[in-house]
Design a protein around this ligand. Sequence first.
Ligand code: DOR
Length: 429
Amino acid sequence: MDLVLSGGRVIDTSGELFDRAADVRIVDGRIAEIGTGLVGSRTLDVRGLVVSAGLVDLHVHLREPGQEYKEDLQTGTRAAVAGGFTTVCCMPNTSPVNDDRSITELIVRRAAEVGACRVRPIGAVTRGLEGKQLADIADMQQGGAVAISDDGKPVWNAGLLRRALEYARTFGIPLVQHAEEPELVEGGAMNEGAVATRIGLRGQPSITETSMVARDLELVEWTGARYHVAHVSAARTVALVRDAKRRGLPVTCEVTPHHLTLTDLACQHYDPATKVMPPLRTDADLTALYEALADGTIDAIATDHAPHSLVEKEVEFECAAPGMLGLETAVPLVFALVRRGLITMTRAIQLLTIGPARAFALDAGRLVAGGVADVCVLDPERHWTVEATGLASRSKNTPFLGAAMQGRAVLTFVGGKVAYDLDHRLESP
Ligand code: DOR
């Protein structure tokens, strides 16, 4: 392939900020040149569109092995490229759990066979996610794990967390904490507050998250290990992370598009699609998250793409499995923040590319001449409606079904190959 993407708004935040109208030439899987007046054997006019490094998602659930009725490596990565993502890191709460090198390698191998994008597995911290015995962290890292996490559950035992952090440090990978103090959850299915009281659902307070992060930071200081807070939801959590960063601790964090968009008010009609862990919080929390996005406290926007089938979701709110889809709606939800003036377009791109790549030390998230051509083309003006039939994911659990969106990925290249082409513009010769 020798293709010129011509006249787009090219944004790269991996070095000195690049943000201007330019051409990007892709030849044989690599970015050959970025400049003006470039010539290739084929030219695609992308004026009015944003051209960026392929997006990087630190937090997805692809459900393979074992829960393919919800999602698998093929459908999940198709959803990824439809959302503009070219690298996704998949959580270990599969069946069996990815707590062993053989599973890590299986995921790497299967993803190479059937995946539409790059898949980087995250290994479990503890065997079976049971919080009792450490998994073989070194072995999984050698098999391709880029981080460790018991996501879906916290690593709450302080002694075990200390050991896990020491291993993570030795092997140079971050530990990703799902911060949720079990003793404070008390069966809460949504945020504890006025809305939960009004609709009669048991809530869980944001100290569930903040108390665990506060405790963990002591252990991070003690061990010097890299620590990443998954799906931050509460104002006080970003304050703790901000302070830890100021003190020079090796701490990073991510926030999801849904925690930036919805509050607990979205749960008031008992729609199980709005049930997520951590739960949707309050306006005050969202305001603090916006500040933390803008001031650099938050390193990445990660989707926590969590597919579930009808059987798990079309039940009473309290019984429903927590989680919602994220890959195919991330771009419009983040672009909505840009339109509201909460972050700039370049910061949005940074939070979806080099920000996450740096947090996990992934070789991704750069749009530079000579680099691998993982590229996405995003249309900030595109209006569309989220429809179940239009989603590539096998599951359809999103509260945004029927919602009008603005902004969409229209073209995604992985290693220079077309992985997604919404308008079929590159199909005909
Ligand atoms: O809402 C969630 N769903 N939060 C998690 O941490 C786990 C995830 C899942 O696996 O469904």
